[in-house]
Design a protein. Structure first.
Length: 284
């Protein structure tokens, strides 16, 4: 009976490994194809029969060289970095402050405010493009990077507030009271207690906020018309049908380069991200 139990566990373990391996292949395969396509000359992309990997003698960096020698793509890259970084910074402070107020203070309409914030999470930002565009026109931020940042911040604030609130509620109130007794203000509690102790939660949501701002296309394509002010997703879309046929080598080369900041952000915040997941699972 014992051997039967062990054998069943071994079978389940192998099935789990197989499923995880298949999932890993499904996730990684498109990225490998993207990199292999970026290393092919454009003429090799239309050969028949198609090959997943290029031949050693066919590997070339001409697609990357073309991208790196185009000044406008450098501007697009900087624009995306600027918009995403500012969005993450503003959203982190605002969401943490809102989470602190909702979790720590009792005031009229507190539950309604939190419920309203949660309800806004189910509304996709792209469904509000028309009223948002009218607002952008009134604010005179059309064709400006400042026309992206406030709207991106508004999109990510509900989710960020919801996540950070859970971390704030797990911080002992005795720390707040001790700070008040020592003469500290609300701002002292927020900046000296709440922000440091919710750092894993803020880092976790900041990764998703960075991805939201970095990858967003519809709103940026609606507001920005100047090539030098556009972000990377719009720059990538510009290759489709540009010269009667899509320059797939350039598309994938620029796509590969656009992954670098995402990897840097994730690696930098990985420790806090894992701490956030662990804290959520334990304190849940």
């Amino acid at each position: 009976m014992g051997n039967l139990k062990i054998s069943k566990k071994a079978v389940y373990k192998r099935i789990t490994y197989i499923i995880l391996t298949l999932g890993l292949i499904i996730v990684v395969l498109p990225m490998i194809y993207m990199l292999s396509t970026a290393l092919k000359p454009n003429g090799a992309l239309y050969e028949y029969p198609p090959r997943f990997f290029p031949k050693i003698k066919e590997i070339t960096l001409e697609n990357f060289q073309y991208i790196l020698h185009q000044k406008k793509f450098g501007n697009n890259f900087i624009n995306s970095i600027f918009v995403s970084t500012v969005t993450v910074a503003i959203a982190a402070i605002v969401a943490a402050a809102m989470a602190f107020c909702i979790a720590r203070f009792k005031f009229p309409g507190r539950k309604f405010l939190f419920t309203f914030i949660m309800l806004t999470m189910i509304i996709p930002g792209t469904t509000l493009i028309v009223p948002q565009y009218e607002l952008a026109v009134k604010l005179k931020v059309i064709n400006k990077l400042s026309g992206l940042i406030p709207f991106y911040v508004a999109w990510v604030i509900p989710y960020s507030t919801f996540m950070i609130k859970g971390f704030v509620e797990n911080i002992p109130r005795e720390l707040d009271e001790a700070t008040y007794i020592d003469g500290g203000s609300v701002f002292t509690v927020f900046f000296r207690i709440i922000l440091p102790l919710t750092k894993p939660g803020i880092a976790s949501v900041s990764i998703f906020n960075f991805l939201t701002a970095w990858e967003e296309f519809p709103w940026a394509n609606t507001v920005i018309n100047d090539d030098l002010k556009r972000t990377l997703p719009i720059a990538i879309s510009g290759f489709f049908g540009q010269h009667q046929f899509t320059q797939w080598g350039y598309v994938f080369a620029l796509s590969v380069l656009s992954l670098i900041p995402i990897l840097v952000v994730f690696i930098s915040c990985q420790r806090f991200f894992i701490e956030g997941l662990t804290a959520g699972s334990v304190k849940g």
